[in-house]
Design a protein around this ligand. Sequence first.
Ligand SMILES: [Zn+2]
Length: 232
Amino acid sequence: MKKWIFSSALFLCASFSNNPIHKHNCADHNHPQMMIDSSALHAPKVLDPSDSRFVDPDTIQADYLAVKPMQIDGFEVDSLEKMEKAFEVLEKVVNSKEFKNRVINFKNDTGVRSFASNQGLSNEKIYSIFMSGREILQQDTPHEMNFFLKLYYKRYSKVIGWTNGDINTININWKFFKNFKPNDVAGNLAHEWTHKIGFDHRFAAEHDSAPYAIGYIVREMGKRYLKGEELY
Ligand SMILES: [Zn+2]
């Protein structure tokens, strides 16, 4: 039971949109998400190279994207170690060719090659924006995923973390973080950071949105990386 609660809350994220039109509040989840959020159920699909819509990843240029911790508050030695591992996983995954392919050739649940809540942007454009490393609030630090993290503890909360469009800080609830593997943390960082570059989801959890789908991709690839698999 405990495990189910944990997994259902995995990406119960929290963000206010940067776009006032789509302003919503996923920080104040007063109700539990009644869905099982296992990676097996939410494995983002990718187009087969034989598909006529397939885009050769080699035709899309991207510079190396470095993970850069800016301010890390409230972490003890063990949790900091886990976070550092998560940073390593995240940087490894986002710079891989597989990640590039899975974002560019992502297809949603209905088979369409586009993310939900994509603001009219193609997968390629979303990948390029992601890899440019320019957060809405940190436009002058390209090629970096800048992280301002704060660990807090709220025992009776179902929110695993929260942020909003006006602040850099991503607040992470220790209640969930303590059970996370580094790849779960990496997936969650990818989700939250995708909000930081301006993408949103209309509801929790819009699995085909860029924050969710990219978070799942990072989490799944990160799991394999932690098992010793080489990522390309
Ligand atoms: Zn979110």
